[in-house]
Design a protein around this ligand. Structure first.
Ligand SMILES: [Fe+2]
Length: 153
């Protein structure tokens, strides 16, 4: 039963990664203005990473005896860069929650699957932290009294 639950969770993760490929790609097509210079490549890179994760998941699901889904989860669309980044953060947060659920559904002694999932979870957390910085949800807590200003002589 644990294996069926693991496969189900991995298929939920695959749906999210497939949505990521499409969502990040569309964001790369739609971003305009001077932001395009930086964010077109950023979104394309993220789409590529989602594709890599999807392939790993598909291979893993078959290795466990399951059938990989062909259904992407909900795809969020926008033409506004800030909104795009918020939407991508939401998608990444959904993905990490599903990877953690997959980890929890592993048998206690199934260390190879757990170690593999821990690597995936660490990757997703890095994406989340970067997107939190890009949306300014995550910032260094700066105590202005402790900032050392260099004097210009
Ligand atoms: Fe991912």
């Amino acid at each position: 039963m644990a294996r069926a639950e693991l496969i189900e969770n991995l298929n939920r993760a695959l749906s999210l990664e497939l949505a990521g490929v499409i969502q990040y790609s569309q964001h790369s097509y739609l971003v305009t203005g001077t932001d395009r210079e930086v964010f077109k490549e950023f979104f394309r890179d993220q789409a590529g990473e989602a594709q890599d994760h999807a392939e790993t998941l598909g291979d893993k699901i078959v290795a466990l005896g399951g059938v990989p889904t062909v259904e992407p989860s909900m795809i969020r669309q926008s033409t506004d860069l800030k909104e795009m980044l918020k939407q991508d953060l939401e998608l990444e947060r959904e993905a990490i929650a599903v990877y953690m659920a997959a980890w929890a559904s592993c048998d206690d002694n199934d260390l190879p699957q757990k170690f593999w999932l821990e690597g995936q979870i660490a990757d997703e957390q890095m994406h989340i932290e970067e997107l939190e910085k890009l949306t300014s949800e995550r910032q260094a807590r700066v105590n202005s009294e402790k900032i050392i200003l260099r004097e210009v002589s």
